[in-house]
Design a protein. Sequence first.
Length: 156
Amino acid sequence: MRRRHERGSAVVEAALLMPILFVLFFMVFWGGEMMYVWTGVNYAAMSAAVDAARKGEFSADIRSATAQYLQQWTPGGKVLGADINASAPYNDPGKVVVWGPDVGSKIQRGNNLTVGVVYPFKVDSPLLGLLGRAVFGGDVIYLKASATAKSEVFIE
């Protein structure tokens, strides 16, 4: 039997604990989504590096295919624009940035060719967006990946 001064303590404890459990649940959910996107970004960078190494250059076709892959296969990618002509990584909250050697520059066989992707991952939760602004300075987290491959084309 409960004592008189202990009545209602379970309700108070539940009221204090439920918001914390709620936040943890959604952090796990959106963290999983972010990891899914990050693996896509890594895959896109790696595939672009291998394709560029096979051609001996980081052509506009490879850049465009990389951006289209990310726009098609990532949550929220369809609303993002793309900058496929970047020569260095930079952060833009509305664009997928595909960067690497300039279009048209040939890479001799055996030389390293480095390409990369910057993907703006927007947290869609108001609560986690608030947490992101407090911790990261914004509700967009930039997922970055780069890959290096040796060129396979001999250029005379």
